[in-house]
Design a protein around this ligand. Structure first.
Ligand SMILES: NC(=O)c1ccc[n+]([C@@H]2O[C@H](COP(=O)([O-])OP(=O)(O)OC[C@H]3O[C@@H](n4cnc5c(N)ncnc54)[C@H](OP(=O)(O)O)[C@@H]3O)[C@@H](O)[C@H]2O)c1
Length: 266
């Protein structure tokens, strides 16, 4: 199928993902024409870094780019897209896991989503070839263009519609954001007791590596799966000064026990 090869991109946003995508696009030989951002300093910094022109408002972006990438906070996507003037047929694309493609409907007749499934922070290296990229577009040609763009960056590129992408993002919150918060609680417990967090390194790596193989609940260990009431009580007692952590501990332990009973009944 004939499709437009995306070679000239403008970007709205200069946050974590905008940085990573702008640099990754550049590395593939794509020109970043313009960058706009609410905070001028961050916007200019990114524009300078990728040799692009900084424009002070989305309404001043030149719609002649092959694609305008909107990499702003989810609750600002609609507002930023609406303020891009004369978008007309320009391919407008957002990068959110949990926002539907329809948020861009009023802004252009050609819209899409380019969602890289990874956690991005400025200044942290990400091997983009290993990052799955999920794309969606309103029309087939744009979808082919986004698939092609994705393949320039990554070895894993998939079409995923808005409903499935929301479920994927939900799963990603459980697989990454929640465990990270658990690590931070573990770190606090160890720090408070003058123990090094590095002691948990091997355990964390082993758990994550094991989970990659799938069938994850069968790998569950610990006092909850053993229904060891004495240890569960001791741990809750040790958390007596942290009622919020006590609630988390109890909720997750009960969920593990219920899940185990459900598995046994199957
Ligand atoms: N980071 C990730 O790991 C990741 C991964 C996949 C997808 N995403 C998606 O990528 C998008 C951007 O996420 P991010 O992590 O890069 O966010 P971020 O680092 O928090 O940056 C947010 C960006 O949005 C801009 N912004 C926020 N509110 C705005 C408003 N009311 N009007 C105009 N601009 C506004 C910010 O501008 P200022 O600089 O002026 O504050 C900044 O450029 C989101 O849709 C997110 O779901 C992120």
């Amino acid at each position: 199928m004939e499709f437009m090869k995306i070679q000239h991109v403008s970007i709205a946003g200069a946050g974590n993902l905008a940085w990573h995508l702008a640099l990754a696009f550049r590395e593939c030989g794509i020109t970043i024409r313009e960058v706009t951002n609410r905070n001028r300093i961050a916007g200019k910094e990114l524009a300078d870094r990728v040799n692009a022109r900084f424009v002070d408002s989305p309404s001043n972006l030149d719609p002649a780019a092959d694609m305008i990438l909107i990499a702003v906070s989810d609750n600002a996507i609609h507002e930023v897209a609406s303020s891009i003037r004369n978008a007309g047929n320009t391919l407008l694309v957002h990068t959110s896991g949990s926002t539907g493609i329809e948020v861009l409907r009023e802004a252009s007749s050609n819209t899409g989503v380019f969602y890289p499934l990874q956690t991005f922070r400025k200044g942290t290296y990400v091997a983009f070839r290993n990052v799955p990229v999920c794309v969606e577009a309103i029309n087939r040609q744009d979808e082919e263009s986004l698939l092609d763009l994705g393949r320039m960056l990554s070895d894993t590129v998939m079409r995923i519609n808005s409903e499935d992408r929301k479920m994927l993002h939900l799963a990603a919150v459980f697989a990454s954001n929640f465990p990270n918060y658990m690590y931070s609680i573990a770190e606090e417990i160890l720090k408070t007791n003058d123990l090094p967090f590095s002691l948990l390194g091997s355990l964390i790596r082993q758990t994550a590596a094991g989970a990659e193989g799938g069938d994850v609940f069968t790998r569950q260990t610990g006092p909850a799966i053993r229904e060891d009431k004495n240890i569960l009580e001791t741990h809750l007692q040790l958390l007596k000064n942290h009622p919020d952590y006590q609630r988390i501990y109890n909720l997750i332990s009960q969920s593990i026990i219920q899940h185990k009973e459900k598995d046994v009944k199957l």
